[in-house]
Ligand binder design. Structure first.
Ligand SMILES: Nc1ncnc2c1ncn2[C@@H]1O[C@H](COP(=O)(O)OP(=O)(O)OP(=O)(O)O)[C@@H](O)[C@H]1O
Length: 189
């Protein structure tokens, strides 16, 4: 199976307004898409459509391969320990053993036993990214992945994305912040 992600003439309606219309792009293994545009233009909506959480008004999304989403909400149970919350999701994919390495990768191994609700903003963001890493999904959908990250963590994120692409993974990033994403396809809304 060759992963891929393509938008074919996708139109997005939200809150009674057309946010974008007839949007097409295609990402192949190793590719990155960078979604850019001002506040409220529809970047998060585009990522949600790519994740299958929001239906487009028109057009279609195609592509093979599982998709992992990092969005504003980390989607981790606040009352569980960090390792427990990540283990819940990874376990659903039969990848419970991947949690330890993911926590190491994002520099949170020391906080594995801390409840998610006690994490700082940046730590929570990194925890959300650890969930993506642990998923093993070939397609990463990252909505503002750099939010709240310090310089070291941003460099970690960029390095992990580069390694993912080098291994044939695909990434779609929506962001305001500058992020190193060499040769990314710009998707300007
Ligand atoms: N659940 C919803 N119901 C109705 N309208 C919504 C909903 N979520 C978002 N919108 C509207 O859709 C528009 C686009 O929102 P979206 O979050 O996709 O933009 P964005 O480009 O990601 O913004 P930002 O840069 O501020 O994160 C906004 O006008 C917003 O109010």
């Amino acid at each position: 199976m060759n992963p891929g992600l393509a938008f074919d003439a996708v139109t997005c309606l939200r809150g009674g307004r057309i946010l974008f219309e007839g949007l097409s792009f295609a990402l192949a293994p190793g590719d990155a898409g960078l979604v850019l545009g001002p506040n409220g233009v529809g970047k998060s909506s585009l990522v949600r459509i790519a994740a299958g959480l929001l239906a487009p008004l028109g057009g279609r999304v195609t592509g093979e391969g599982t998709r992992a989403l990092l969005s504003e909400t980390a989607a981790l149970d606040a009352e569980r320990t960090l390792a427990g919350a990540l283990g819940f999701w990874a376990g659903l994919d039969g990848r419970g053993e991947a949690v330890g390495d993911a926590l190491e990768a994002v520099g949170l191994a020391d906080l594995a036993d801390v409840p998610v609700r006690l994490l700082s903003t940046g730590q929570r963001r990194r925890a959300g990214f650890a969930r993506v890493l642990a998923s093993g999904a070939p397609i990463w959908l990252l909505d503002e992945p750099g939010n709240g990250l310090d310089t070291v963590s941003l460099a970690m994120l960029e390095a992990r994305i580069a390694a993912h692409r080098a291994g044939g993974g695909i990434v779609l990033v929506a962001t305001h912040q500058p992020i190193a994403l060499p040769d990314a396809q710009e998707i300007a809304l």
